[in-house]
Design a protein around this ligand. Structure first.
Ligand code: F6P
Length: 192
């Protein structure tokens, strides 16, 4: 059975400051994950020749740069566009856009940031990625939290409406293997 591997980028400077979106560099800890990742992948995939798909944002390229495989950057793998809230913290959003903050909490899947996207929008823009994934082999995707939630829900056959609340930890490589009775999952956590 074919597997796919997925990971978030290493911790970014925005993760540290609690800001959302943006195009920040990875932190020192993120850098440690980037250096560890080739070993984790080897542990999970052995000598399979993988292809790495990243977003077009710096933090996914930086996280992938030590992986000895061919790489492809997809705009469709960029993080959910938070529009006017890009670069803000959740506390900033609650203060500056209190209505939006509430509306998002009430319906996180359908809530679309002003000038940005909803999870529903992301699911739609991921369709070409999913199609390409279905006809490819040995793909490792290094991308962002919201995007990973959607891809994960697709492969696990779980509800997209609930996926915005799902925890996808940093510094963890997830291997998904679709099987007749459901998708098998293996997680390897990096100790960084
Ligand atoms: O905080 C990291 C991050 O990837 C942000 O860039 C993004 O807006 C957010 O997570 C998505 O998570 P949520 O939909 O839970 O706000």
């Amino acid at each position: 059975p074919r597997s796919i591997w997925i990971s978030r980028h290493g911790e970014s400077m925005f993760n540290l400051s609690g800001q959302i979106g943006g195009d920040a560099n990875i932190s020192d800890r993120g850098e440690m994950y980037a250096r560890k990742l080739p070993e984790l992948v080897k542990q999970s995939a052995g000598d399979l020749p993988l292809t790495v798909w990243t977003s077009t944002l710096k933090r996914t390229a930086q996280t992938s740069r030590f992986l000895p495989y061919e790489k492809l950057a997809w705009k469709a793998l960029d993080e959910l566009d938070s529009g006017v809230c890009d670069g803000l913290t959740y506390a900033d959003i609650e203060k500056e856009y209190p209505q939006d903050f509430k509306a998002r909490d009430a319906d996180k899947y359908n809530y679309r940031y002003l000038g940005g996207e909803s999870y529903r929008d992301v699911v739609i823009r991921l369709e070409p990625i999913i199609m390409e994934l279905e006809r490819s082999e040995n793909i490792l995707i290094v991308t962002h939290q919201a995007v990973l939630r959607c891809i994960y829900a697709y492969f696990m056959g779980s509800s997209q409406e609930k996926s915005p609340w799902m925890e996808v930890p940093l510094h963890c490589l997830i291997k998904l293997t679709p099987r007749a009775y459901g998708t098998q999952e293996e997680r390897i956590h990096a100790d960084v």
